[in-house]
Design a protein around this ligand. Sequence first.
Ligand code: CP
Ligand code: NVA
Length: 315
Amino acid sequence: MKLMEEILTRPQTLKGRNVLTWLDFSQEEVSQILANTQNLKANPHNSMLNGKTLGMIFEKSSTRTRVSFEVGMTQMGGHAVFLNPRDIQVGRGETIVDTAKVLSRYVDALMYRTTSNKKLTELAEHATVPVINGLCDKYHPCQALADIFTILELKGSLAGVKVVYLGDGNNVAHSLMILSAMMGMEVVVSAPKGFEPDPEIVKKAEEAAKKNKGSVKIENDPVAAVQDADIVYTDVWASMGQEEEAEERHKALNGYQVNDELLKHAKEDVHFMHCLPAHRGEEVTASVIDGPKSVVFDQAENRLHVQKAILLSVI
Ligand code: CP
Ligand code: NVA
C-alpha cells in the first residue's frame, strides 16, 4: 500500500459508519483513513468539525483514549463531552437503548469504552449517530489503527511486515491481528495454552488474511514466534477488570516477557510496541520499553492522529 499525499478526502462510504471492529471495513477504506491520518499529522489544525460534538462514555479508566479524542475534536474546531456512567443516569438504571436515543439527539458521534461488546453493539444499534469503540472486552480498534499507522511510518509499507504479539490473547491482540491480516501482513500471536486469542476471531482474521495476501499464525513457543520479527508487541497480562486473576495470569504468562534475550531472535532492526499502560518487570523489561528499539510513545501520539481521521470519516 502506498500513502496518498494529496488533499484529504472523505469518502461517502465511510460517512455515518460505526467503528466497532475493522472486520466491518475493507482494506481500501482503512487505507483511505491511513492516508488522511498522514495529512492530519502534518496539518493538525482545521475547522472541519466546527460546531460538532463527540459524546464519550467511559466505563473504565483511560489516559490516552480520553485525552486524544478530546484534543482531536478541539484541533478540528469541535468539542468533546466526557460522560462518566457514575454521573449520568445509565449508572442508575436508565437503559443503553434510551441513552443511545437521547444522546443521538444532542451529539454528532459517540465514543464508548465498555466492559462488554454486547453493550457496545446495543448502543450502536439504537444510536442514530456513529459509534466508535474506545475499547471493549473483545476489541480495541483505535489502538490497532494507531499501531498500523506507526508501523507504516517506520517501514514505509505494510505488506509482508512480520508482527509478533506475545502474551495474553486479549482485546488488543484481537484488533492487531485482524488489522494486520487485512493489511497483508504476517501476524503471529504467541500465548500459552488457555490464553490464545478467541478462535472465532482468529478464523475471521484468517479469512481477512486470505483475501489480502496476509497470514495469521498462533504459536505457543515465544522463541519460535519472534524469529525474524520486524515488530514485537505486548500488552499487560491482566487487563482492566481482571485484577483478581492477576497472580494466576502472571504465573501462566511468565515465559512470554519481552526482554533483551528474547529480542535477540528477532530481526536486528526490530521495533518494540506496547499499547500502554505498561507494567515494567512483568510483560516487558524496563531495558526494552525504555530502550532504543521502543516506539511506544510514537504509538501513543498516533492515537490522536488516527482518531482524528476516523472522526472526519464518520461524522
Ligand atoms: N492504550 C490505551 O487505550 O490507553 P488508555 O487506557 O490510557 O486509554
Ligand atoms: N488489554 C488492556 C488494554 C488497555 C489499553 C485492557 O483491556 O485493560
